[in-house]
Design a protein around this ligand. Structure first.
Ligand SMILES: [Zn+2]
Length: 274
């Protein structure tokens, strides 16, 4: 499932293709959205952005298209008329004179009043956004210091978009590893300096992943491994999907396990559970 960095990159792709463009027509597969077809026709797309795992497409008539891809949803941007050979079901299409943005498969799609976005049940409960440029490390550290979040195991808490928005499974495993913290620990188990370090690493790895197209490994190391001929999937991570391979830090074997009900990867030496 795509995480914050992948969704933001997708929003960037859609933005480059559609922002400032006039919509020639819109297709909705869902019956309850048909009434919006005429409302969006000939309108201009004024902004496209991501919030956690949702994409927001704003139009110049005060409406915003909210889409959340769930597990299988997939956006494709193509030149006008060049439909892909796909067996997936088309849920939404935004057409401009020379481009089309197609959204396939299971997705939540809604039309909202831009002025009321913050009242949307998903958006209103999101924690601070790791990929929002206005968010500073102090904001994230302050969130980690709020006692109401201190009793949940980190494997679940860090992926809860209500706590902080933008992390899923791989970012969570990588941030815990680089911070030398076992995934079943709680914020209550950490010292103030460990909490601070974890908060900063969540921010740092999310932003690095966004900027590099998904690399959470140390960048110099990733580059060296790439030059040795390794595939992207084999050099991008520190521990994620590296079960059985040696930890870059200490050489111990990375293990895969279930922590707080979620699958994850750790180095048992760097991240002891005691
Ligand atoms: Zn290790």
């Amino acid at each position: 499932m795509p995480e914050g960095p992948e969704i933001k990159q997708l929003a960037d792709t859609l933005k480059a293709a559609l922002e400032g463009k006039q919509v020639s027509r819109v297709f909705f597969a869902f019956e309850h959205l048909q009434a919006f077809r005429s409302k969006l026709q000939n309108r201009t797309i004024t902004a496209i952005s991501s919030r956690s795992k949702a994409i927001l497409t704003q139009f110049d008539n005060g409406l915003t298209l909210y889409s959340h891809n769930q597990l299988y949803g997939r956006w494709v941007v193509l030149p006008q008329g060049e439909y892909p050979d796909s067996s997936r079901s088309l849920r939404l299409a935004i057409h401009t004179k020379d481009t089309m943005a197609l959204l396939y498969s299971a997705s939540e799609i809604e039309l909202l009043q831009t002025a009321e976005l913050n009242r949307h049940p998903y958006l209103k409960n999101l924690g601070p956004e790791l990929l929002d440029e206005a968010i500073r490390p102090e904001d994230i550290i302050a969130r980690f210091n709020e006692p109401r979040f201190h009793r949940r195991q980190l494997m679940g808490l860090l992926q809860d978009q209500h706590f902080i928005a933008g992390m899923g499974n791989y970012l969570c495993c990588e941030a815990l590893h680089i911070s030398h913290i076992h995934p079943t620990k709680r914020l209550a188990d950490l010292s103030p300096s460990q909490r601070q370090k974890l908060a900063k690493n969540c921010l740092k790895l999310s932003r690095q992943s966004y900027q590099t197209g998904g690399i959470t490994n140390q960048l110099k190391r990733a580059e060296a491994l790439r030059k040795q001929g390794l595939d992207f999937e084999d050099y991008r991570f520190l521990v994620y999907r590296r079960a059985g391979l040696p930890c870059y830090q200490c050489g111990a074997e990375i293990i895969k396990g279930k922590y707080a009900g979620k699958m994850g990867y750790i180095c048992p030496v760097c991240q002891p559970d005691t």
